[in-house]
Design a protein around this ligand. Structure first.
Ligand code: SF4
Ligand code: SF4
Length: 385
């Protein structure tokens, strides 16, 4: 893993390449074109280097549910890395289950076997210092991430209950092994911006050399697991995930004040933004805009109130998990993964203790039946935010 990078002009470049479906040949062509727009794979990978490919392996679902990075995108990047003489391997730490299990379900394990590439489950936490981090000076990430020479980040464009969208910056959260992710949710607490700052600090520390996003079919609505597929027809790539994420927000029509990692990155002076000018290669950004993309509710009013009132009023001001009783199968996956232990069962129904709840939306993210959505607080609802 390389040292934290400095901001450079080449990071401002985002490649946008049209790609209408997951046909293997089409994906290979589009991925190569996107990377060529950034100067070619030889800029990022040299002969003999061990290259981590980090897809989004959130949870074990088939590829056609569009929860995980598509296996053909992973295959195309494997081929490119091998062509440059690199030694690719795939790694992640899913929300539930192992990387091998999730990869088997979504088809990435078949691709890995055909291409003779190893899949590593991140379960060996090791300390790394983060001296340039603004608030988070140490992380425990997987040893295989530290040992890699190059990191290629392969996010899937999807909505996310807490962060609005999960894109390039958020995809790096997976380098933290297993249940340790829970501790970061607890450390950040109810403040979304604190969690976003942690994600940006972590992204900056890992500094993937290249981020290539699967936006051929994204997910909108109640993502990142239970939303609707949204056809976008794009492969997107950049050296800098902050810049890439900003371009993605422009494409799906998300206002900047709802993309918390981008706000945090701007605070920290990382990446390029719409204000500072992103340089687009390939398709024109205007031509790639997608209509009708729907987002989870993330409007909180808590920031407008003084500290002494926040705790008292937070249940009225912030978004909260909302249960659809008809969809709930009472499997208790949500309760098992709730960092704040705010979910319990009473008289055959689920109860959310909103005084404990930190609004991380892990329950909404992990519910296998799509029974939890993100709802608006009563005051925000009254004001129609
Ligand atoms: S994970 Fe979903 S289905 Fe299972 S108990 Fe929780 S809300 Fe119900
Ligand atoms: S109830 Fe849901 S949103 Fe609240 S802390 Fe638990 S997992 Fe997070």
């Amino acid at each position: 893993m390389k040292k934290t990078r400095k901001k450079t002009e080449s990071q401002a470049r985002v490649a946008l390449v049209r790609c209408g479906n997951y046909d293997s040949g089409k994906i290979v062509e589009s991925v190569k074109k996107a990377v060529d727009e950034l100067g070619g794979i030889d800029r990022f990978v040299r002969k003999g280097q061990r290259v981590l490919l980090k897809p989004n392996l959130l949870i074990a679902r088939p590829a056609d549910k569009h929860v995980t990075t598509h296996p053909e995108v992973v295959r195309a990047v494997i081929k490119l890395v091998k062509k440059a003489g690199g030694k690719p391997f795939i790694g992640d730490s899913p929300a539930i289950g192992t990387a091998a299990r999730v990869a088997a379900k979504c088809g990435i394990a078949d691709v890995a076997a055909q291409e003779r590439v190893e899949i590593v489950n991140f379960n060996q936490p090791a300390d790394i210092d983060n001296p340039s981090g603004t608030q988070f000076k140490k992380f425990k990430i997987d040893q295989s991430v530290i040992d890699s020479d190059v990191v290629i980040n392969l996010p899937k464009l999807k909505t996310h209950g807490q962060m609005t969208l999960t894109l390039g910056v958020k995809n790096m959260f997976g380098v933290i092994p297993g249940t340790r992710k829970t501790q970061w949710h607890l450390a950040a607490g109810i403040d979304r911006m604190q969690f976003a700052r942690m994600l940006v600090d972590l992204y900056q520390r890992v500094s993937p050399q290249l981020t290539l996003m699967d936006a051929v079919v994204g997910m909108h609505g109640n993502g990142p697991q239970n939303g609707e597929p949204k056809r976008m027809g794009l492969i997107m790539a950049s050296e800098d995930a902050v810049t890439l994420d900003d371009a993605a927000c422009e494409i799906v029509g998300l206002k900047k004040d709802r993309m918390f990692t981008t706000i945090a990155a701007e605070e920290l002076g990382i990446g390029h933004s719409r204000l500072q000018g992103i340089s687009i290669a390939g398709e024109r950004l205007e031509d790639c805009k997608v209509a009708g993309f729907t987002f989870p509710e993330t409007s909180d009013l808590i920031g407008f109130f003084p500290g002494f009132l926040k705790n008292y009023m937070r249940d009225w001001l912030t978004t909260r998990p909302v249960l659809n009783q008809k969809k709930c199968e009472q499997c208790m996956v949500c309760a098992t993964h709730c960092p704040a232990q705010a979910i319990s069962k009473h008289n055959d129904t689920l109860k959310f203790d909103l005084t404990r709840c930190i609004r991380c939306f892990c329950c909404q993210e992990m519910c296998p039946h799509g029974a939890i959505t993100v709802g608006t607080g009563p005051i925000a609802r009254l004001l129609k935010l």
